[in-house]
Design a protein around this ligand. Structure first.
Ligand code: 1GP
Length: 246
């Protein structure tokens, strides 16, 4: 298995109590004339990772998109794919997502089987990740596209049991996802309960729009916070978000 240092870096940060921030880039939405400038702002702010993906990607230029970021910086590029159509050898690592909150076999194991031979030959570090969709107060693209019901936002016991099962199955990280553009991010109490129940790195995203909200997720136990929409709307926010890490 390839080791690009992404997972070990995340574990080392977790061990040292250091928080991490990722900016989610959807290649389809990142085509404005200011896209390069916005990347530079994030690079200057010291973002830790770029996550690349989306529920649907229409733009066929994923390789070129990744190369254009790589030309600007050495920040790890982590694929966060909505499907096996979103794979590329130009990234550093891949979140190999199993949607363990859902009961759609395609997203639990089906797409993984299709992608496995491609990934086996790839230079990508594969990070098996339990992906858990939590109700964010609005029907998000990931909910519709995955054809799965999210875990109700106040059912911490279901989230905890699912997370424990994911860790017991050998998944290396856990991702609590309210969905891009969620009205409400995952609650602090759910993050805290899941954090207490597992020891693998905990990633949280969806509906985080401010440094306060990112800070609350960190305080509750998130090791890595992922922000997309809010940075598309206000690229300068990345400085505040980066400062919310500790
Ligand atoms: C990453 O889907 C999220 O987990 C991103 O959500 O676009 O709402 O920040 P936002």
């Amino acid at each position: 298995m390839v080791n690009s240092g992404v997972y070990s870096g995340l574990c080392a940060a977790k061990l040292a109590g250091k928080k991490r921030m990722a900016m989610l880039l959807d290649p389809d939405k990142f085509i404005s004339p200011h896209a390069g400038d916005n990347l530079d702002i994030a690079i200057d702010a010291g973002i830790d990772y770029f996550f690349i993906g989306g529920s649907l990607i229409a733009n066929p230029g994923l390789d070129a998109f990744l190369e254009s970021i790589r030309d600007r910086c050495d920040i790890p590029l982590v694929l966060f794919p909505g499907s096996f159509f979103q794979l590329s050898y130009r990234a550093d690592a891949l979140l190999f997502l199993s949607l363990i909150s859902g009961r759609n076999p395609e997203l639990l194991i089906g797409q993984h089987v299709i992608a496995a031979p491609f990934l086996k030959l790839s230079p990508l570090e594969i990070i098996s990740t339990g992906y858990m969709l939590i109700d964010g107060g609005v029907n998000t693209s990931v909910q519709y596209m995955s054809n799965t019901a999210p875990i109700p936002k106040d059912k911490n016991d279901i989230a905890v049991s699912t997370a424990i099962a994911g860790e017991m199955l050998g998944l290396k990280a856990l991702y609590l996802e309210a969905g891009s553009g969620a009205l409400n991010p995952v609650s602090g109490s759910m993050i805290a309960d899941v954090r207490r129940a597992i020891s693998i790195p905990l990633i949280v995203g969806g509906g985080i729009r401010s440094a306060e909200s990112a800070g609350a997720a960190y305080m509750a136990g998130a090791d890595l916070v992922v922000v997309g929409n809010a940075l598309e709307k206000d690229p300068g926010l990345v400085r505040d978000l980066a400062a919310a890490r500790y």
